[in-house]
Design a protein around this ligand. Structure first.
Ligand SMILES: Nc1ncnc2c1ncn2[C@@H]1O[C@H](COP(=O)(O)OP(=O)(O)OP(=O)(O)O)[C@@H](O)[C@H]1O
Ligand SMILES: [Mg+2]
Length: 501
C-alpha cells in the first residue's frame, strides 16, 4: 500500500448558513497526481483553504509527513512545503512578473538590499520552464489572463514544495499553455511531489491524474485510481445520479431575422457578415485570439467599429457603449466573470438585478418585491447554491458565481443574448441545467450567440455554427453538417470549401 504524504481526515467547516465541509477527506501521495472532484459548491476549494491555513476547521485532522499538523496561516503551510495555486488570481498587475513571484520574500544580498539580478534570473528560469515568452522584468498587467495564470503557477513552483495544489489552473489557459503546464506536472511527479488537481474538465482528469477523490455536499464519497473508472461512472459519483444526454438541443422553429451584421470591421475583426434568427442558437468557435471576443465586443458596443452595419430587427443600431446595446436589447455575458461580469462585493440579488433595474422599477422606485421574486425564480431554476439572496457573491463557489452571471443576462429579457464561454468552471450537472435554461429562452424566441472553445458544446447546442480565424469568418455550417474535424480545420485557417469537399 502506498503511504500518503498528506492526509486530511473527516474535516468539518461551517460558514454562516452553510455547512461547506461535512466529513471531507482526501489523501495525497508522493509522486502522484490526485484529482479532487465534485460539483460546484461541493467544498473542494474550501478544503484546500482549510489545509493551507486560510480557514480554520471546526473539527477533523490533518496529517502531514507522518505528523499531526494545523496551519494557522498560508505562510506557515508554505514554509512547511505545501503551496497552492488559487482558483482566483492573487497577483498585482502594477508590479513586474519577478516582483509578483517573490512578493514578501525578496532575495537579499550580503548587505541586506534586494538582489534584483538574482530575482530576475530565478524568475526567468521559472518562466522558461513554463514556456512563457516574457521577461520577468515586464509588468504583469501587460500579460494575457492565461499568461498571468502561468505566473501564478511559476510562483507556486518557486517554493519547491512537496505538495502542490492546483485549483482549476487551466480555466484561463490556451491549449498550448495547458500542454506546458501538464509537462511541468509530469516533472513534478517525477521529482516525487504530490499534486492535488482540481478541474471540471474531465478530459484533463483522465489525461494527467493517477487517482481521484470525489466530494459531494462537503462529504467524502470515494477514492479510486483513475484506471478503475470511466467518465460515466465518474459523473454519477459527482452528481449522485446518471446524466443522460448532456446536450438537450431543441428545435424552436425558425423565426424572423433578429440580428444582421454586415461587413463589420474593427481591431481584430475583418469584414464579418452573418445573421441570426429568433429562436436560434448560433455557435461561434475558433482558437484563442481568433477574434471571437472582439466581434462580440463590437456588437455590444464595447469596441469601436471602423466600418460596417449592425441591424437589430431590421433597424440600424450604433451602440457606442454596453449600456446602449443593452437598452437596444443586446445583452452580453463576459467570459471574464471576475473582471467585468460580477461585482464581487455585492450580494447575489444585487448582482442579478443590476442590469434589470429599469424594468424592475416603477417610476423612480425600485419594486423590491418584484426584484426578490424574480431573483428567487432564477436561484431556483439555476440551482444556485447560496444560503440567501443577500449573500455576498464573492463567498459563492466559482461555478455558482458563473450561474449568477448568466442569470443576470437573462433577467434583462434581451432580444439577443451573447454568452461568451458560459460554462467555463461549471460542473457537468450544472452545465446541463444551464443548457436547459438557455433552451427555455430559445423556445420563447430569444436569439442566442454561444461563443465557446469547447467544440462538443458548440456542436451539441447550436443550430448553426460560425468558425473564426484571424478576425474573419472561415466557415459556416448547419450543425447537422458539422463535426469536430471540420470545425477544427476552419479554425486553423483552411477554407470552407476545402473542408467540406
Ligand atoms: N467565505 C465563505 N463564506 C460563506 N460561504 C462560503 C465561503 N467560502 C465558501 N462558502 C460556501 O461553501 C460551499 C463550498 O464552496 P467551495 O468554494 O469550497 O466549492 P467548490 O467545490 O470549490 O466549487 P467550484 O467547483 O464551484 O469552485 C459553497 O456553498 C460556498 O458558497
Ligand atoms: Mg472552487
Amino acid at each position: 500500500m502506498k503511504q500518503p504524504i498528506l492526509k486530511l481526515n473527516k474535516i468539518e467547516k461551517s460558514f454562516p448558513g452553510v455547512k461547506a465541509l461535512d466529513g471531507a477527506s482526501v489523501n495525497v501521495y508522493p509522486a502522484k497526481v490526485m484529482a479532487l472532484l465534485g460539483e460546484n459548491g461541493a467544498g473542494k476549494s474550501t478544503l484546500m483553504k482549510v489545509l493551507t491555513g486560510i480557514y480554520q476547521m471546526d473539527s477533523g485532522a490533518i496529517e502531514y509527513q507522518g505528523k499531526t499538523v494545523s496551519f494557522t496561516d498560508p505562510r506557515h503551510s508554505q514554509l512547511s512545503g505545501i503551496s497552492i495555486i488559487h482558483q482566483e488570481l492573487n497577483l498585482l498587475p502594477e508590479l513586474t512578473i519577478a516582483e509578483n513571484i517573490f512578493l514578501g520574500r525578496e532575495k537579499t544580498n550580503l548587505f541586506g538590499g534586494i538582489n534584483w539580478p538574482k530575482m530576475y534570473q530565478e524568475a526567468d528560469a521559472l518562466l522558461k520552464r513554463l514556456n512563457v515568452k516574457h521577461s520577468a522584468r515586464e509588468r504583469l498587467g501587460n500579460l494575457s489572463l492565461g499568461e498571468q495564470q502561468m505566473v501564478e503557477i511559476a510562483k507556486a513552483l518557486s517554493f519547491k514544495s512537496q505538495v502542490i495544489i492546483m485549483d482549476e489552473p487551466t480555466d484561463a489557459l490556451t491549449d498550448t499553455e495547458t500542454e506546458s503546464l501538464f509537462n511541468v506536472i509530469k516533472e513534478l511527479r517525477q521529482e516525487g511531489c504530490g499534486v492535488v488537481y482540481i478541474s471540471h474538465r474531465l478530459k484533463e482528469i483522465f489525461e494527467i491524474c493517477d487517482d481521484i477523490t470525489v466530494l459531494r455536499d462537503g462529504k467524502f464519497i470515494a477514492e479510486t485510481p483513475v484506471s478503475n473508472i470511466d467518465e460515466e461512472s465518474l459523473i454519477e459519483m459527482m452528481v449522485g445520479r446518471r446524466l443522460d444526454e448532456l446536450y438537450p438541443r431543441i428545435d424552436a422553429g425558425k423565426g424572423k431575422c433578429s440580428l444582421a451584421v454586415k461587413n463589420l470591421n474593427a481591431d481584430g475583426v475583418k469584414d464579418v457578415c452573418f445573421s441570426l434568427n429568433q429562436g436560434e442558437i448560433l455557435g461561434v468557435c475558433g482558437l484563442m485570439g481568433a477574434g471571437r471576443t472582439e466581434l462580440m465586443k463590437v456588437i455590444y458596443g464595447a469596441l469601436k467599429r471602423h466600418s460596417g452595419e449592425i441591424l437589430l430587427e431590421g433597424k440600424k443600431i450604433n451602440p457606442s457603449s454596453p449600456k446602449q446595446a443593452l437598452d437596444a436589447g443586446i445583452a452580453y455575458i463576459s467570459e471574464d466573470r471576475k473582471g467585468d461580469g460580477l461585482v464581487l462585493g455585492l450580494s447575489v440579488k444585487e448582482n442579478m438585478s443590476l442590469c434589470s433595474l429599469v424594468s424592475l422599477s416603477k417610476g423612480l422606485q425600485l419594486n423590491h418585491k418584484e426584484e426578490s421574486a424574480s431573483v428567487a425564480k432564477f436561484i431556483q431554476s439555476f440551482n444556485v447554491k447560496t444560503p440567501t439572496q443577500d449573500q455576498i457573491i464573492g463567498n459563492l463557489s466559482g461555478g455558482n458565481q458563473q450561474k449568477v452571471a448568466i442569470a443576470k443576462g437573462l433577467m434583462t429579457d434581451p432580444k439577443v443574448l451573447i454568452l461568451d464561454e458560459p460554462t467555463r468552471g461549471v460542473d457537468v450537472g450544472a452545465k446541463k441545467e444551464i443548457y436547459q435554461l438557455i433552451n427555455q429562452f430559445k423556445a420563447k424566441g430569444m436569439s442566442i450567440i454561444l461563443v465557446s472553445s469547447e467544440m462538443p458544446e458548440v456542436l451539441g447546442m447550436s443550430d448553426r455554427i460560425l468558425v473564426m480565424h484571424e478576425g474573419r469568418i472561415s466557415g459556416e455550417f448547419n450543425t447537422v453538417d458539422a463535426n469536430q474535424e471540420k470545425l477544427m480545420a476552419c479554425a486553423v485557417g483552411r477554407n470552407h470549401n476545402e473542408v467540406t469537399q
